[in-house]
Design a protein around this ligand. Structure first.
Ligand code: XXG
Ligand code: FE2
Length: 363
C-alpha cells in the first residue's frame, strides 16, 4: 500500500491554469507534420531541436514544446500561477513535501521566466511559473483559421495507480473536484480536477503510473472535430484515430482522441461546462454505467486504458511505473462483461450522486 502524502503546513501556490506541456519526440519533422500541418498549431519558435507551438487564442509564448530526444516521453506539465511570489510558494510547498525541486530564474524553456520544476509525490514532473513572454493573440486572425482550429489548451490527464491518494494531494494543492468515477465499494477509478472554471485542468486516471495519458486542446465547435477526422481520413492516417468522435458522459464534452507519431495521445475537446461557483456540484458516475465515458454507449477501446506516455524525472530519465492494486476499470467494464448497464442502477448500487442515471431509470 502506498504511503499517505502529508499536507504541508504552508499555503499552496495559487495556480491559475494548466499552461503548457513539454513532450520529447523522436522525429521532429514527423511531429511537425502532425502538430503543424495536420492540427494547425501555430509556431512561435523553432530550431533544429525544438518547436514551440500555441493555440489560436493563446497570448503567452506556447502551449506545447516539442523537443527532439531519444525516448518519447512527457518532460513536464506546466501550470501558470497568479503572481511571481507564487513561484516561491510552490518551491517551498514541494520542499516541505520532501520532493526534489529545481528553480531556474531564467526559466527552463524559451518564453518562460522564473520557474520551479518539481518531481511531485506521484512521480510527475510539474512546473510552476508566472513570467511569460506575450505573443500575438490570433483570435481574430480568421485568415489563419482552419476547419479544425485548436483555440486553447484545455487539460492534462495523468495515469496513477492510486487515484484517491492522488486526489487528496491535488485537493491540498488547491484543485477542486468536478466529477469522478467510483464503484459501490468506494474505489475511485478516475477524478477530474480544476483550477480554471471548466471541468478540469488535470484528471487522474487509474493505471500503471506515473504516466501521462493525454493533453487536450479545445476547439470551438463539434464540426471542427469532424473536420479533423475527415482530414485524417483523406491523409490515410485513420489508424491514428484511437477513440471517438463522441460525446463524453463525464464533462459532457464532445471529443476525439488521436495519436501523434510517437504514440503521445492528444484529445480534441469542446463544450464542457462552467464550474466556477464555490458550491459547484460534484458529479459521481458509477463505474458500471456504460454511458459514463461515452454518452452514446460506445465502448472504450482497450488501448485507451492501457497505453500512455512515460514521464521524465528532473534529470531527464524515464520514470519506472507501478501497477494498481485491486480492481481495474478496464477489467470490469470493457467488452461484453455482463456487468455494465445503460438504464437504471442494479439494486445493489445506490445513487452515488449521478442524477443522470437515476432519471434514465425512470424513462
Ligand atoms: O477529458 C475527459 C477525459 O478525461 O479525457 C475522459 C473527459 C471525460 C472523459 S471520459 O472518458 O470519462 O468520458
Ligand atoms: Fe481528457
Amino acid at each position: 500500500m502506498s504511503h499517505l502524502i502529508p499536507t504541508p503546513s504552508i499555503p499552496p501556490p495559487d495556480i491559475v491554469r494548466c499552461a503548457y506541456m513539454e513532450l520529447v519526440v523522436t522525429d521532429l519533422a514527423k511531429s511537425r507534420e502532425f502538430y503543424v500541418d495536420l492540427l494547425g498549431l501555430h509556431v512561435t519558435f523553432e530550431d533544429a531541436d525544438s518547436i514551440y507551438l500555441r493555440t489560436l487564442e493563446e497570448f503567452i509564448h506556447h502551449n506545447l514544446v516539442l523537443r527532439r530526444g531519444p525516448v518519447a516521453a512527457a518532460a513536464v506539465a506546466a501550470f501558470r500561477v497568479r503572481t511571481p511570489a507564487d513561484v516561491d510558494a510552490a518551491e517551498a510547498y514541494y520542499e516541505q513535501l520532501g520532493c526534489r525541486t529545481e528553480r531556474r530564474r531564467g526559466g527552463f524553456v524559451r518564453g518562460i521566466g522564473d520557474a520551479v520544476r518539481v518531481q511531485d509525490p506521484l512521480g510527475f514532473p510539474y512546473e510552476f511559473f508566472y513570467e511569460a513572454a506575450h505573443v500575438e493573440r490570433l483570435t481574430q486572425r480568421y485568415d489563419l483559421y482552419t476547419a479544425g482550429e485548436l483555440v486553447r489548451l484545455d487539460h492534462f490527464n495523468q495515469v496513477t495507480p492510486d487515484v484517491s491518494r492522488g486526489q487528496k494531494y491535488l485537493e491540498a494543492l488547491g484543485f477542486r473536484v468536478s466529477e469522478d468515477i467510483r464503484d459501490a465499494d468506494g474505489t475511485t477509478y478516475a477524478v477530474w480536477m480544476h483550477r480554471k472554471q471548466t471541468v478540469h485542468d488535470t484528471a487522474l486516471t487509474q493505471g500503471d503510473g506515473p504516466r501521462m495519458h493525454h493533453l487536450a486542446f479545445a476547439t470551438h465547435e463539434k464540426h471542427n472535430i469532424i473536420a479533423i477526422c475527415d482530414k485524417m481520413g483523406a491523409l490515410r492516417i485513420s489508424d491514428r484515430i484511437e477513440r471517438g468522435p463522441g460525446r463524453h458522459g463525464v464533462s459532457n464534452a464532445f471529443y476525439l482522441y488521436i495519436l501523434d507519431p510517437d504514440g503521445h495521445r492528444v484529445e480534441i475537446y469542446t463544450q464542457d461546462y462552467y464550474t466556477g461557483d464555490p458550491d459547484n456540484p460534484v458529479i459521481s458516475w458509477d463505474v458500471q454505467d456504460n454511458q459514463r465515458r461515452d454518452w452514446w454507449g460506445n465502448p472504450v477501446v482497450p488501448s485507451w486504458y492501457t497505453e500512455a506516455s512515460l514521464v521524465l524525472d528532473l534529470d531527464g530519465r524515464p520514470q519506472p511505473v507501478t501497477s494498481p492494486e485491486g480492481a481495474s476499470e478496464q477489467a470490469v467494464t470493457v467488452g461484453a462483461d455482463g456487468f455494465s448497464y445503460t438504464r437504471g442502477a442494479p439494486s445493489n448500487h445506490g445513487d452515488n450522486g449521478n442524477k443522470g442515471f437515476k432519471l434514465g431509470g425512470q424513462l
